[in-house]
Design a binder for this molecule. Structure first.
Ligand code: RB5
Length: 146
């Protein structure tokens, strides 16, 4: 499995913690996010850049992180084919995969503590899309892009 991660400066520390967590699980990671927490950079650019990697099929899933997770998730969701779910707990992240077939997860570094964010990531990666009636809804979302 290959995961692409992106963050702005506010999300940088949590991104580093999530990368360490994923690499410890032998998951391949591609980091296209901010290189430090020191320089203020636009979450819009990083959200779009991360989403494009997923949309091109170069990663199985994407994880984007900014201060709240709000701005970077909005930006990621502007890219065709992206369903980016901003989640604050494990229930939401598991359901975003099971029901919404989310292909990206957004986290707020100023909202969730690192140990909790790791559990949210694990719940996201462990869950599988359930299809059936949910596939109809996801199809309706995809139709909005045309
Ligand atoms: C940066 O200060 C902050 O605005 C950004 O990380 C994010 O929270 C925006 O939604």
């Amino acid at each position: 499995m290959r995961i692409v991660l992106g963050s702005d400066h506010a999300g940088y520390p949590l991104k580093a913690a999530i990368i360490e967590h994923l690499e410890a699980k032998q998951i391949e990671v591609l980091d296209v996010g901010a290189k430090s927490a020191d320089k203020a950079e636009s979450y819009v650019n990083f959200g779009e850049k991360t989403a494009q990697v997923v949309a091109r099929g170069e990663a199985d899933f994407g994880i984007v992180i900014c201060g709240t997770g709000i701005g970077i998730s909005i930006a990621a969701n502007k890219v065709k084919g992206i369903r980016c779910a901003l989640c604050t707990n494990e229930f939401m992240s598991a359901l975003s995969r099971k029901h919404n077939d989310a292909n990206m997860l957004a986290l707020g570094a100023r909202v969730v503590a690192p140990h909790f964010a790791k559990a949210i990531v694990d719940a996201f990666l462990d869950a599988r899309f359930e299809g059936e009636r949910h596939a109809v809804r996801v199809g309706e979302i995809c139709a909005l892009e045309d």
